[in-house]
Design a protein around this ligand. Structure first.
Ligand SMILES: Nc1ncnc2c1ncn2[C@@H]1O[C@H](COP(=O)(O)OP(=O)(O)OP(=O)(O)O)[C@@H](O)[C@H]1O
Ligand SMILES: [Mg+2]
Length: 315
């Protein structure tokens, strides 16, 4: 998945954005000096709670929002020095639906290609319609498309100039499961077959966990964590073991230090512990010593959601 190891698709330095306060509101510091490099060829997740500043950052990359200060390089081109080249290297699917209701999907893709100066012979309109699953709606007015179809058309528009970097701001919000899977399959294909660098935001953390090589978490306009998905998951050393006893369990019995036990209504025993402090074996021993017969056992691993909550809960 990593083409051209060591080179960055995006380099962001000391990026700040303060929105002017409107109607008597104080100014809003949406980005408070963010440094972030995103390697070429990666699938990179930008995560954070509502209002963290994700869309602000993405819209600055897209040239839709003017930064207050800082430096942004896209595919090696400084946004302020080489605006045309930096713009050509990136395609952005925005969070907000901003489609002209009187364009058909085919029309919208053609106009977008024109805006990016893609010559007619190099346009891939039909291929893109196919990719976003809108071939049969190619000539329907955008206003007659469903919400999910409109989002997919936004993805298509981001692809017309065949950018090296594709940025997706909540591409699957309000999209049904089947289409979501189709979208992710296609995004993966763009990454694997064309080496396209993918940057995405999503509030579905299981998607991020499954899709992303690396993840940055931002909160209140600041970067609070950036690591590989694997390392982030490794941060959590909480474990859960669920034992279903055969024929009941005594009210109280001895447990190793640091283990918390809860009894579920169906009789299952739920043990919470940290890997550093205790082992599953010690729990089995305690359970057997109490005369409990183990009917079934399950373990639960922490997921990205747990990591996210831990890092953003303000602790
Ligand atoms: N045009 C604007 N004018 C004033 N404030 C804005 C503007 N756009 C965003 N903000 C504020 O900047 C902060 C960051 O917003 P942003 O849209 O970047 O967050 P986000 O991380 O994308 O959130 P979400 O997950 O809800 O999409 C928020 O407090 C938001 O209210
Ligand atoms: Mg947003």
């Amino acid at each position: 998945m990593s083409h051209d190891i060591g080179r960055n698709a995006i380099e962001i330095e000391a990026l700040r954005k303060t929105y002017a306060g409107r109607a008597g509101q104080p100014p809003k510091e949406a980005l408070k000096g963010v440094d972030l490099c995103i390697p070429q060829g990666s699938i990179f997740g930008l995560l954070g709670p509502n209002g963290a500043g994700k869309s602000t950052m993405i819209n600055i990359l897209a040239g839709l929002v003017i930064k207050t200060s800082g430096r942004v390089k896209i595919w090696g081109f400084d946004q302020d020095v080489n605006p045309r080249q930096s713009r050509a290297a990136i395609g952005v699917m925005p969070q907000e639906l901003n489609l002209d209701p009187f364009f058909t999907p085919r029309g919208a893709l053609e106009v977008q290609a024109g805006l990016y100066g893609v010559p007619k012979r190099d346009r891939r309109t039909d291929e893109i319609l196919e990719l976003i699953g809108l071939s049969d709606k190619a000539d329907a007015y955008a206003r007659t498309l469903s919400g999910g179809m409109r989002r997919r058309l936004l993805l298509g528009k981001a692809l017309v100039h065949n950018p090296q970097i594709l940025v997706l701001d909540e591409p699957t919000a309000g999209v049904d499961i089947e289409l979501r899977q189709m979208l992710w399959t296609n995004v993966r294909k763009l990454n694997e077959e064309r080496g396209m660098t993918i940057i995405l935001t999503t509030h579905y953390l299981e998607e991020a966990q499954e899709m992303c090589d690396e993840i940055a978490i931002i909160n209140h306009g600041a970067l609070i964590k950036r690591d590989t998905t694997k390392n982030l998951l490794g941060l959590m050393d909480a474990k859960t073991l669920v034992i279903e006893p055969e024929g009941g369990a005594p009210e109280v019995f001895d447990l190793p230090d640091g283990v918390k036990m809860e009894r579920r209504r169906d009789g299952a025993l739920v043990f919470d512990y940290s890997r550093g402090q205790c082992s599953a074996n010690a729990i089995f021993d305690a359970v057997k010593a109490a005369g409990i017969i183990i009917g079934d056992v399950r373990t639960m691993e922490p997921d990205l959601e747990d990591v996210f909550v831990e890092l953003t809960s303000g602790k």
